[in-house]
Design a protein around this ligand. Sequence first.
Ligand SMILES: Cc1ncc(COP(=O)(O)O)c(C=O)c1O
Length: 402
Amino acid sequence: MRYAPITDRLHDLGGDKWAVHNAARARQAQGEDIIELSIGEPDITTDPALVEHCVDALRAGRTRYSNGRGEPGLVDALIETYAPRFPEIGEENVLCFPGTQTALFGVMLALAGDGHGVLTGDPYYATYQGVIRAAGAHLQPVPLRMEHGFIMQPEDLAAAITPDSRVLVLNTPHNPTGAVLTREALEKLGELCVTHDLWIVCDEVYEALIFDGDFVSPLEIEFLRERTVVVSSISKSHAATGFRSGWSIGPVEFSRRLLPISETMLFGNQPFIADMTEAALRQEFDTAERLCEALGRRAALLYETIAPLPMLSAAMPQGGMFLMIDVAKTGLDGERFAWKLLEEEGVAVMPGASFGDSAASLIRVALTVPDDVLLQAVERMGNVCRRLAEEGVSPVGDMALA
Ligand SMILES: Cc1ncc(COP(=O)(O)O)c(C=O)c1O
């Protein structure tokens, strides 16, 4: 049978990146004691009051077709939410989507096509490659270096831009590195976007989860607003990943062009989800605060526990749900270390290579387990390192971990 080229473009993006995670799940299913640090699912539940909003809306018959833009109540709540950053915002700047992921998919279809380049920091969130390729474009990696706190450097961006480049995808706080972009960094990167007439798509899904520094959106920077599209959702801020409720905020002409793409894909969102999301935006919930406090504490704990280990170096994240560890001194790359850690010690982490070539020597650890489990995981990482040192694979240091 014959298939469309998009299926070829995406065929290698599925399982491989998640092979360690999938193997861990399979072992868990067989009853093995596995510490799973491979995915970023908030480890608290959606606020029961928010769930009630959804149930009430369902009972009230909010189960019919919506419209392509989003339910008016939710669109209004989004306008109010973003007005401090984007004073001229009106309904024509807003579109609702089932999650940031779908928003990214639609936005990319509206901004890039065959032969276009889409720049993004490498490492990058695992689905960016698919979203970009689905649009017919290609990903242009801009290395994010540990020595710069994983902040994209203007000279690295400048070196990656080609005449094909159309879009720069930013993500702040960043998955997988936890880096948060400052106003100054955004302005410098933004100046290059102006010079080369690039769109900025900013994935702000972790906005509420910052433990060091302030959140700044390119939407707040006036000279960037005409070329900025923000995508976000309630997935992380309200521990509501399964509700699938997100949005895009962008210029009017852009949103007009995106609307038919969204309509043909979705035929509108779900009114009961929209009502619940409106409540999430309008009312006070402490989910983000609690989650942020736990993630920040665990990041610091993990960072401090890893610091004495000579073979591992951790990068302290400023936000998000993850911490990156460089395992180069073990003599293994991130992929081989992750497999060894799973096979020998039952700890599942993501190999950095799943997020791009420049993270090949790293592993990504999710901070979404209780503190004592995290400490156990570090102890098991220490066991792997100790054995490697005994085998003489890499420089023997003071293996300080008990
Ligand atoms: C950087 C980033 N963008 C987007 C998403 C998807 O978010 P949503 O649940 O809103 O689709 C995730 C989920 O982990 C993410 O890490």
